[in-house]
Write a protein that binds this ligand. Sequence first.
Ligand code: HEC
Length: 102
Amino acid sequence: MQILLKWLVVAGLAGAAAPAQADYDLVVKKNCLACHSLDKRKYGPNFTEILAKYANDKTATQKLVKKIRKGGTGVWGNDVMPPQPQVSEAEAKAIVKYLLSL
Ligand code: HEC
């Protein structure tokens, strides 16, 4: 009984951690880290800055999903984020949700 309980707790924790890990893997796999990092300025704004800017913006998900897939410029300076057509709408949503949860 004790062992079963322990196993359930461990399984539960692993289950809770899995989605965030999957979304992070997406950021890695889709090559976002070529231009972004968690807390350092690379070519694009870092994810900590992005989170700070949009934390209280209720339209952030919609805006950022579009930006990720279509690219754009002018929000953080004159550098251009190229469109990322390899990222599906669902994947972009998962990434934005992950970024805003950091
Ligand atoms: C070639 C470099 C490059 C790549 C690759 C790239 N980005 Fe960007 N990203 C930028 C730049 C530059 C900006 C700033 C654009 C601006 O000022 O409007 C930006 C801005 C953003 C923003 C903030 C948008 C806004 O309007 O505030 C998000 C979110 C973002 N990128 C996510 C991603 C994700 C997710 C990926 C991977 C699928 C990715 N980026 C890949 C260069 C890149």
